[in-house]
Design a protein around this ligand. Structure first.
Ligand SMILES: [Zn+2]
Length: 289
């Protein structure tokens, strides 16, 4: 049994065929097309990957349980697109469509760094902050499927303006783009290289950034009590210097740190494939194998 997963990103659609353990058997990538051409592209990617009886798709934005994309901020004009219903009808197979960050979190839980955990929090630091929460062995979706929007947890009342229209969201302070703001326009790589070379200003930026990450992780820990936190995204993937700073700040920010077991703080394993692998594994949960 294998399944196919496609992660629809702002610029690229990344498709994989995986076995039940999440091992990648085939892979394709295409530029994300205009909205009107999205469903045909997904159908042809599915066929190019060899077809099967199950297709999972991760799309940014608000997705209904039937797989209708209600709104997707990164895709101009993407409102009420019946991705799931159309593909189910055209291909005659099981199709599951869900939020991309949720799918990436599911991938890390099933086949990545949080494998086997009963309680885990997955955090992706990119342009914004995405994530997912597993509690008591279940991915949390909430009443409407919108649980796990951890980037919009407010950490500063009346703080920096967020794309969601509110102020002070965690992602304005701890995402990859927030790091760029903190450093006055330098990229993460530039800041980390300068910090590694001992530049005092860069070290200060890294420390401040790590503290912002830690503030959110401490709140998530207070609420969810996870045994493991997985940090992913371009910022932490390759750079140990941030993880060391985050670990230190995290302990400082944690409630009753000396009286509790601390969650493991680890980096993600699946990288940019997490969303596609998670989508492929998620659809398998919905079909009889
Ligand atoms: Zn927000």
């Amino acid at each position: 049994m294998s399944s196919i997963g496609i992660d629809v990103g702002g610029t690229k659609c990344h498709g994989v065929r995986v076995d039940v353990k999440g091992e990648v058997l085939a892979e394709v990538r295409y530029p994300t097309p205009p909205v009107a051409e999205l469903v045909p592209l997904l159908g042809s990617m599915f066929k190019e990957l060899g077809g099967t009886t199950a297709l999972g798709i991760g799309v940014p934005g608000l997705i209904t349980p039937e797989g209708v994309v209600k709104a997707s901020p990164n895709m101009p004009g993407a409102f009420n697109i019946p991705v799931g219903p159309q593909l189910r009808e055209q291909l005659g197979i099981a199709v599951h469509v869900e939020n991309d960050a949720t799918m990436a979190a599911f991938g890390e839980w099933k086949a990545g760094a949080a494998r086997g955990a009963e309680n885990a929090v997955m955090v992706t630091l990119g342009t914004g902050i995405g994530g997912g929460i597993v509690m008591s062995g279940k991915l949390q979706r909430g009443a409407n499927g919108f649980a796990g929007e951890i980037g919009h947890m407010v950490v500063q009342r009346d703080g920096a303006e967020c794309v969601c229209g509110r102020r002070g969201c965690w992602e304005r302070y701890a995402s990859g783009s927030a790091l760029k703001m903190l450093s006055g326009g330098s990229s993460g790589e530039e800041v980390f290289a300068a910090a590694a070379a001992g530049d005092a200003r860069a070290l200060e930026v890294v420390d401040t950034y790590a503290q912002w990450i830690a503030v959110g992780l401490a709140s998530l820990t207070n609420i969810c009590d996870p045994e493991i936190i997985v940090l992913g995204g371009g910022v932490v993937d390759s750079v140990g210097v941030v993880m060391d700073a985050v670990r230190t700040s995290f302990i400082d920010a944690l409630y009753s740190a000396q009286w509790r077991a601390h969650p493991q703080l680890v980096t993600a394993e699946l990288g940019t494939r997490a969303g596609a692998i998670g989508s492929a594994l998620m659809v398998l949960e919905t079909v009889d194998r």
